[in-house]
Ligand binder design. Sequence first.
Ligand code: HEC
Length: 245
Amino acid sequence: MKLTALSALVLSGIALTGCSRLDMQDQPKYRPQRPSAFFADGRSERQPVEGAIARGALNEDTAFYEGKDADGNDVEEFPIAVDKAVIERGRTRFDVYCAPCHGAIGNGLGMVVRRGFKQPPSYHIDRLREAPVGHMYDVITNGYGAMLNYSAQVQPRDRWAIVAYIRALQYSENANINDLPVEARNKLPAAGQGPAPGQSAAEKNQPIAPPDSDVIDFPHQPATPSGVPGASGAGARPGKQPERK
Ligand code: HEC
């Protein structure tokens, strides 16, 4: 009796494996990007329901993600806590992404500009010193005039770090000696006493800040001398530099 039951089981097992495949291979399904006759728009791949938000992408904090308050105005205050580490981080990002055009001190005379790109205004003009931090953030996020946006390269937190560093640059270019703590003030050379330690005489004699003006007549001459490939006079016409749209 027992034996018969067992052999029946074995036999049915053999019979089943002989059948055609009944696995997921044969289910009715769409392959990626294939059309569908079932949906009205002919696509097998469905669009997310309107208003759907991917997990982790609910960017509700408009001040942080857009630099705008609830009414859509540029925020005046940083939505993150700004400390020295944030400013240092901003400096590294600024030097990578902004200094090539805006110059290391933000005067708008970066190397790309010297090679003929439209000259941006100096950060040290009154309008930009008074501009809300949200405006700076918006320029990085959405671009401004001839400047493309940097939203793909620079993530929101780093954008704020850059804005913090721009504020530090603006402050440094307009600082008064009385803004320094006394011990730092004591380290400065007295007037006419020569360069500060670590600063060469040549550096000291260089004007570090351009005149506080939106327009600097630069370059009058083609910035790229002959012999440099592709230097066929970009920026050669005074006051009429090529503009990139
Ligand atoms: C390829 C060159 C280039 C780079 C790189 C660049 N900018 Fe600009 N930026 C410009 C130009 C040109 C303008 C002026 C645009 C105009 O007025 O059409 C400008 C304008 C600005 C302004 C002034 C906007 C105003 O209200 O006048 C700010 C602020 C600014 N850029 C910030 C940044 C920051 C921050 C970065 C780095 C993340 C950056 N830019 C990178 C070229 C550049």
